[in-house]
Design a protein around this ligand. Structure first.
Ligand code: SF4
Ligand code: SF4
Length: 119
């Protein structure tokens, strides 16, 4: 599936519009460990509650992910699964139209690529 994709590192998926990066406890622990800070400090600085889920914060005015600095992810090695799996999210793979739409958002997708088939 990933033959049709090569991330250019443009950072467009980390900024530009309101959204959520949902994280699990394991991911929170990995990020806090990577930054060498306590879970409490990490939570206060970087997390927000959204309903019954937890997301990374984003920063106005451009809705940058809180870890997006100088056009780079500053926690790339431990970025959440949601980030690792973009653009191959179920909502983008549900039909041709959705796949064509995400191609417009993500320059790393080969524009000639057909809708990937999940095996
Ligand atoms: S928008 Fe696509 S190409 Fe750009 S950083 Fe995100 S995944 Fe990579
Ligand atoms: S954690 Fe990194 S890859 Fe994920 S949205 Fe934030 S800056 Fe982008």
């Amino acid at each position: 599936m990933k033959e049709c994709f090569s991330c250019t590192g443009c950072g467009k998926c980390c900024t530009g519009s309101p959204g959520y990066v949902f994280v699990s406890l394991e991911e929170i622990e990995a990020m806090a460990l990577f930054l060498d800070i306590s879970l409490d400090e990490f939570s206060k600085k970087y997390l927000r509650v959204v309903g019954n889920r937890i997301s990374l914060k984003e920063l106005l005015p451009r809705y940058d992910c809180v870890f997006f600095k100088e056009k780079k992810c500053t926690i790339y090695e431990v970025r959440p699964k949601q980030c690792q799996t973009y653009p191959f999210w179920p909502m983008h793979l549900k039909n041709e139209e959705a796949w064509e739409n995400v191609k417009k958002e993500c320059e790393g997708i080969d524009p000639r690529s057909p809708l990937p088939v999940i095996t």
